[in-house]
Design a protein around this ligand. Sequence first.
Ligand code: NDP
Length: 279
Amino acid sequence: MAQIINGKEVAMNVRKSLKTEVDLLRANGIIPKFAVIMVGDNSASKIYIKNKTNACNELGIECEEYILSETTNMEELLDLINSLNKRNEISGILLQSPIPKHLDIDKAFKAISPSKDVDGFNPENVGKLCLNQDCFISCTPNGVMKLLEEYKIDIEGKNAVVIGRSNIVGKPMLQCLLNKNATVTICHSKTKNLTEITKKADILVAAIGKPNFVTKDMVKEDAVVIDVGINRMEDGSICGDVDFKNVSDVCSYITPVPGGVGPMTVAMLMSNIVKAVKN
Ligand code: NDP
């Protein structure tokens, strides 16, 4: 039976140590301030933003929320981003995705000043991650790396397989593992013989968005299995991309959903905001 990687506990510890850092900053008259932008009315985004602002409040990070209407045009969005870029007291800016289809999200991410890009989506930060330079790293992959570190899981020389190649999870996950000297394979919907590949993984990361996609037969014995997926089921429950019940019989470590990678995403965002303030 696999050891459960307790993301909730690790995230709590990260937040505790960040609180000490924020207290120190505030004692020196520096009030960390963060701006979050949402465009349109998306119920899931509202929950994510609430989680983020709650975490900010708990740590003593001030938060400005900008809720823009569905009909906002690109110029208005860029104007807001530029005005936030110019304000020195704002250390971090986050644009909650998705945004309405008529808007160009890549252009919007590019407009966020790289030094305030706490989500790590600006091309400058993406490029720096590829070059293994200091930068803001996308929060979910960064959270996965923190979990591996906390559980003292060896990465160097290991075969790591990432399923999913999105810009926010899969691709930065590949880079993070590669930067730690894993041999990384990235899979996607066009990958042939997926099981053959995943079976070779010492570390398997699932970021697909399909409930229970990774089954026991796809996992090597004693592999470390990280489930990034968050799938909302019809009964309102949340389920990961990994068939947790059966896969945990064969692997050595596994993240649960909920309580695995999810809490780490918010914790790493807080960590990036504190980093931005210090920068
Ligand atoms: P995307 O939909 O952007 O990407 C999904 C990826 O999975 C794509 O690269 C797609 O391939 C690949 N894929 C789809 N079907 C298959 C298949 N049959 N075989 C192999 N690969 C497949 O999702 P995200 O990366 O944004 O998110 C992935 C999951 O992680 C979601 O459940 C999301 O909710 C969750 N998530 C969780 C976070 C957290 O904090 N824990 C944060 C962000 C996301 P292709 O590129 O070819 O289409």
